[in-house]
Design a protein around this ligand. Structure first.
Ligand code: FAD
Ligand code: SF4
Length: 761
């Protein structure tokens, strides 16, 4: 790498690939800095027995970067070509009305269409119907299921960036890179060793390199500093044993993906290197409404490992109880080697709700489940499917650095996005049922209410002014001439469909504007623009009937209630599980702790059927010495009602409430009600007493820093009774039935604990 370039591009995914290609074609000297490895010349990882062998970014800079960021789990790629290396190849245009909310002036679908056409030309997109191997079984099954559910008018074959030439036959693409035709091996999301995926390294980056761009891989940018009329970029060279280095440029294009670009700017601002960055930095994060689920035991084999990962979609768009829900539901394949592991999700009680109350505990359970299962074959895998829905969430998340630890975290308001997730789940259940199978939820969501997103967007939004976002409508950072963000971070809203096509089209639009300004050439265009032809997006033929698409057969009627509990806490009490001692000491010192939470059980059927009986808790928690008297918000707490207490006559109610203390540190209110008969039939005491530990960190293994007890007081309980509401229906009979079923479960559990043990055998 040289010491300076005209332009530095950080990251080499959709945004970075477009930027590097066009800047190099425009004659600028370009340096591309990519943290991951090259896979155009090296094979993708395939050692199923060793996760450290090239798979994970955190162990040896592997391909997959999986980040648990508090309220959201983020999955992204590391490698030359970015997310294109492991994505499912789907290219869909964002529907026109997406651009009408929150996008800056100048954006519309019509204005973006020529850039979508250009991306389509560069990536040679086409639907599965062009594949010489025909339609895979899963595609046929999705089409049949759409018909069975009355959704044929909303079924489509999305365009895919896949080479559907003769299978396994080598040839050079129009940019001179070697590729082979798709063999239907089903390994798109672990990297295609046939190079049949039209990944960014084989087109945009190939053109960039052919025009002189210098690409450095295994080089991770750590900081950007404004200096004079340009920028200094500091990095760690993993290829050189972690040596630090720096490079300068007049123009810097930050394209490290939504989460990493935002992190880089947040850290650069925190270090005083880019002090003028907008206060809005980090805001507007969206998980693109991602919802992951599985179907097991389909009536006929769906053969998920045959064909590209995603080949079809069903669009859903309707108002559900006054909330506009809009999403696309896609089938997902997976490599045959993980078929056996997925079967583990079917096993009852594989994941113990009481033990798994944090991400790290979940990770441990998954690792244990994977041992002996991953890489193995299981005939049931042919009758299992992965489903992925993505839709228009509220884009109301925040990416931030924890003020004290400096660690990256995402705040995500699960409760306000629940209506979308619920609609996605309902359609998933309809589809699984229509396949003759059974739906299973992503266990992370089921147990911890943490969504997983592979389509992270936002954090450095484009806006008309710095009050609204971080960059202008062309991706140039407010207050910093020549500094651009050109990846998913600048999208001001969820796209509601797979976003890469839009990320690349916006990058094409914005790099054109940047080059016109840099070169003082108002007519500059990408050379390939002349060859690009108008493409009709498959969503154009989707028909949304008046009043929206049909309602799902699956109902989701839920229950919500608000609970207030009050009590006493003592900081640093030992032993940490001496709750009564800590309560008494807290009371003597008037050291109080309380919370008011709204607990939502979004789907009563699922709640009753599962062992976890989990709900989402949102509200405010106040803990003396840890929060201000006004308390700290809890956005995605988890509440479990009557999980097994280890004995037939014992149940537990669990509360896991993450919050940030006034000192900026992460804490967890980790509480349990011990529901059992102590011999005095104290139903009220055992259901209203919450033994509480405050842990420093967001983990039930984290050190306990305070102990106490909080209780429901009778007046608060009387008020709580008035807050019970049924959500998802206005039908009085359905409401009464929901209350009755919830009550039966609630009082049935008390019966099991307090009455049954005393009945004659
Ligand atoms: C399993 C999976 C399937 C998906 N399927 C689809 C799909 O079918 N269709 C679709 O539209 N989208 C899909 N996506 C999402 C898609 O991959 C992303 O939306 C897209 O890649 C984002 O593009 P980007 O340019 O914003 O960032 P990325 O493509 O993520 O590129 C960012 C690049 O920057 C590099 N980088 C990060 N930090 C640094 C640093 N500090 N220094 C240097 N380099 C850095 C990364 O290694 C990466 O190469 C999928 C994602 C996953 C994980
Ligand atoms: S199905 Fe196999 S060959 Fe085809 S694009 Fe996916 S990984 Fe490549």
């Amino acid at each position: 790498m040289r010491t300076s370039y005209d332009a530095i591009v950080i990251g080499s995914g959709f945004g970075g690939g477009v930027a590097a290609c066009r800047l190099a074609q425009a004659g600028l000297s370009v340096g591309v800095i990519e943290r991951g490895r090259r896979y155009d010349i090296n094979p993708f990882p395939r050692n199923w027995q060793d996760p450290a062998d090239g798979w994970l970014w955190k162990t040896g800079q592997g391909l997959f970067d999986i980040k648990p960021l508090q309220a959201m789990t983020v999955v992204q790629a590391a490698g030359l070509g970015g997310g294109s290396l492991i994505y499912a190849n789907v290219h869909l245009r964002a529907p026109g009305d997406v651009f009408q909310h929150r996008w800056p002036a100048g954006y519309s679908r019509a204005a973006l269409d020529p850039y979508y056409d250009l991306v389509a030309y560069m990536l040679d997109i086409q639907p599965i119907t062009k594949a010489p191997l025909g339609l895979p079984p899963k595609t046929q099954m999705m089409k049949a299921v759409a018909a069975r559910l009355g959704r044929s008018d909303q079924f489509c074959y999305p365009n895919l960036a896949v080479d559907f030439g003769a299978p396994d036959a080598a040839h050079r693409n129009k940019f001179g890179a070697e590729q082979k035709g798709c063999t239907f091996c089903g390994e798109c999301d672990i990297g295609c060793n046939y190079h049949a995926k039209n990944t960014i390294d084989l087109n945009y980056l190939k053109v960039a390199a052919d025009h002189g761009a210098e690409i450095t891989t295994q080089c991770e940018t750590r900081e950007i500093e404004a200096m004079g009329s340009g920028y200094k970029v500091r990095f760690i060279d993993h290829g050189a044993g972690g040596a630090a280095g720096e490079v300068q440029a007049r123009y810097v294009f930050v394209c490290a993906g939504a989460v990493n670009s935002t992190e880089l700017l947040l850290k650069s601002r925190a270090a005083g290197k880019l002090p003028k960055l907008s206060e809005r930095l980090g805001y507007g994060y969206s998980g693109n409404g991602d919802f992951l689920a599985f179907a097991f035991d389909t009536a006929t084999p769906i053969e998920p490992s045959r064909g590209p990962t995603i080949t079809s979609g069903i669009v859903y768009s309707r108002s559900d109880d006054g909330v506009d829900n809009s999403f696309i539901f896609e089938e997902g394949g997976y490599p045959k080697e993980i078929g056996g592991l997925l079967q583990a999700l079917k096993t009852q009680n594989l994941f113990d709700a009481e033990a798994i109350r944090t991400w790290s505990a979940f990770q441990g359970a998954v690792s244990a489940a994977a041992r002996g299962r991953i890489g193995g074959k299981d005939p049931a895998a042919a009758r299992s499917a992965v489903f992925l829905a993505m839709g228009r969430d509220l884009a109301n998340g925040v990416i931030r650095l924890n003020p004290l630890s400096g660690e990256l975290e995402i705040q995500w308001d699960v409760a306000s996005n629940l209506p979308l997730y619920e609609a996605e789940r309902r359609l998933g259940n309809d589809i699984a049922t229509a396949m003759g199978g059974k739906l299973a939820l992503n266990p992370l969501w089921k147990l911890l209410r943490i969504p997983v997103s592979v389509h992270n967007l936002g954090g450095c939004l484009m806006a008309d002014s710095p009050n609204g976002g971080v960059t202008d409508a062309n991706g140039q950072v407010f207050g910093y001439l020549g500094l651009y963000v050109l990846d998913g971070a600048i999208l001001p809203s969820a796209t509601g469909v797979n976003p890469s096509h839009t990320i690349a089209a916006v990058a094409e639009r914005n790099i054109e504007a940047a080059i016109r300004r840099i070169k003082n050439d108002p007519k500059w265009r990408a050379p390939e623009a002349a060859s690009a032809q108008p493409v009709i997006d498959p969503l154009t033929s989707i028909v949304i009937p008046q009043g929206g698409t049909v309602a799902t057969n699956t109902q989701s009627i839920g229950i919500a209630f608000t609970e207030t509990m009050k009590g006493y806490v003592t900081k640093g009490w030992t032993p940490p599980d001496d709750y009564s001692g800590a309560e008494a000491a807290g009371q003597a010192a008037d050291s109080r702790m309380d919370f008011t939470l709204t607990i939502t059980l979004p789907d009563l059927d699922a709640f009753l059927a599962s062992d976890e009986h989990a709900g989402v808790a949102k509200g405010v928690v106040h803990v003396n010495d840890f929060t201000s008297p006004a308390g700290a918000p809890v956005e995605a707490g988890v509440f479990n009602l009557f999980v097994s207490g280890g004995a037939a006559d014992r149940r537990r109610m669990l509360y896991a409430l993450p919050f940030v203390g006034s000192d900026g540190k992460q804490y967890l209110l980790d509480g349990f009600k011990d529901v059992r008969d102590h011999g005095n039939f104290d139903v009220w005491g055992s259901t209203s007493t919450l033994y509480t530990r405050i842990r420093q960190g967001n983990d039930t293994n984290a050190p306990v820093v305070a102990t106490g007890i909080i209780r429901i007081l009778i007046p608060d309980f009387m008020r709580q009774l008035t807050t019970f509401t049924v959500i998802g229906t206005n039908d009085p009979i359905a409401k009464a039935s929901a209350f009755e079923r919830f009550g039966r479960m609630f009082f049935g559990s008390l019966w099991e604990v307090f009455v049954r043990p005393h009945l004659p055998a």
